[in-house]
Design a binder for this molecule. Sequence first.
Ligand code: 5GP
Length: 184
Amino acid sequence: MSEGKLIVVTGPSGVGKGTLLQKLLERHPDRILFSISATTRSPRSGEEHGREYLFWSREEFEGKRDAGEFLEWAEYAGNFYGTPKPPIDQAIALGQIVLLEIELAGARQVAQTFPSAKRIFIAPPSMEVLENRLRQRSTDSEEQIVKRLHHAELEVAAANEFNITIVNDNLEIALQQLEKAMFE
Ligand code: 5GP
């Protein structure tokens, strides 16, 4: 049985990663396992425990973190986010392509602990476009938007640390580039 591979997708909040990855999953449901992260942030409307995230309390998260049960974890905009390790190990052993959608600090940890992972950065066409998209989404408070924009600047400045950068200007073109990067 062939070993699977680990793909890391990083990009600022509002860049359209969610839509891109959703489309990717629709096209290749049997080949890709989308890792479900744990987070201490509250669910947004429409989000479900076990589907978008595992919504854990801070205590629960810290317990698992201290027991070494995360492949990577990070604090982002005041909340913890992390990738539970056991499902990843299992899927890779079964030969699947495992996709992690995580922020920069987590991607850097994976670069250290799992150097064979392919790391893909999704960039906005410009910071102005990103800000507009974040505001149009209107799911976050002004304070959250400011924190996310600040983080976005740091992330865009680190794009050169990744194996591939894809600019999400046109969804269909970005999707084709992502498919090529994943399956080549
Ligand atoms: P959101 O709150 O918008 O769902 O996610 C905020 C940020 O956390 C996004 O950049 C997302 O990629 C990142 N994120 C989601 N899950 C994880 C995770 O398991 N680990 C890390 N390091 N970042 C994550």
